[in-house]
Design a protein. Structure first.
Length: 274
């Protein structure tokens, strides 16, 4: 069987006196990473990068660095395949301060800055927790939804974008410290929507639920015109999805009656499920 490697990048950022960091860099050369993978962010910050490196031993390796160098502050970050759901950790005084994994519930690109990848031109939404909020603020200070205010929106206070499958309507927090933003992720081809409440500037939210098109338009009447346009534009897709759903159900029933072990039982065949 062919084995396909998953690109893994691990980054350790050490902060402390310059002389001490230079000593550490000399000691860790070819142990943690090659010298050309070490970079000075400034006089007191040393960054070590491992490409396709330590994988599941990320925390263990960080614990080892912290045990060896308790006099410096260490931040760790690891991500798979271009920043997909990164993990964050921090060690201070030889102790683990926080460990958090950013599991994205929904992500979509905004055309704000074509020169940036992640962060800078995308909006990601994830379950907020104290460790994760601290990790995002400390490790990714540029990952901020507030600059999206400059985008024109369908209604006052709202911004809008689409990835061709889903349309995101975002009402930004009332202030940088507030957690009162709202995100509506509308799937016009399915006729369904996901509502995220209490969104903060980093995309963290308190809770979400799947709701109907009518529930959204009833609760946020200012969105009715744009949702109506999205709804009408994908009417043919919804009709096709309903037809496919009926065909799959009939085929599943036929397979069951004939006693055949079809694959339909192993997967969700309902195209209306988001």
């Amino acid at each position: 069987m062919l084995s396909v490697a998953t690109p893994v990048t691990t980054v350790f950022t050490l902060t402390g006196p310059q002389d001490r960091l230079r000593q550490i860099a000399g000691e860790r050369a070819y142990r943690t990473c090659a010298p050309d993978q070490m970079a000075w962010e400034n006089d007191t910050t040393l960054v070590m990068t491992l490409e396709n490196g330590i994988g599941t031993s990320f925390l263990r390796h960080g614990d080892g660095l912290s045990d060896d160098y308790p006099d410096v502050s260490i931040r760790g970050m690891e991500y798979f395949d271009c920043f997909d759901d990164p993990g964050f950790a921090k060690w201070q005084g030889g102790q683990l301060v926080y460990e958090a994994d950013l599991i994205t519930v929904f992500g979509i690109l905004f055309p704000t800055d074509a020169s940036k990848d992640w962060p800078g031109c995308s909006a990601s939404f994830w379950h907020r927790s104290p460790p994760l909020s601290a990790a995002i603020a400390e490790n990714c200070p540029d990952f901020d939804l507030m600059p999206l205010r400059k985008l024109a929106g369908p209604a006052p206070g709202w911004v809008q974008t689409s990835n061709g499958f889903a349309t995101l309507l975002l009402r930004l927090p009332s202030s940088p410290d507030a957690q009162d933003g709202v995100a509506v992720i509308f799937y016009p081809g399915l006729g369904r929507a996901t509502l995220l409440k209490n969104v903060d500037r980093f995309g963290g939210f308190a809770r979400y639920r799947r709701v109907s098109y009518g529930r959204i338009t009833g609760q946020y009447q200012e969105l009715r015109p744009v949702l109506r346009d999205c709804w009408k534009a994908d009417e043919k897709k919804r009709r096709k999805a309903r037809q496919e759903r009926k065909i799959l159900k009939r085929k599943t029933k036929k397979e069951t009656r004939e006693g055949k072990a079809g694959l339909f039982h192993l997967f969700d065949t309902d195209p209306w499920v988001v």
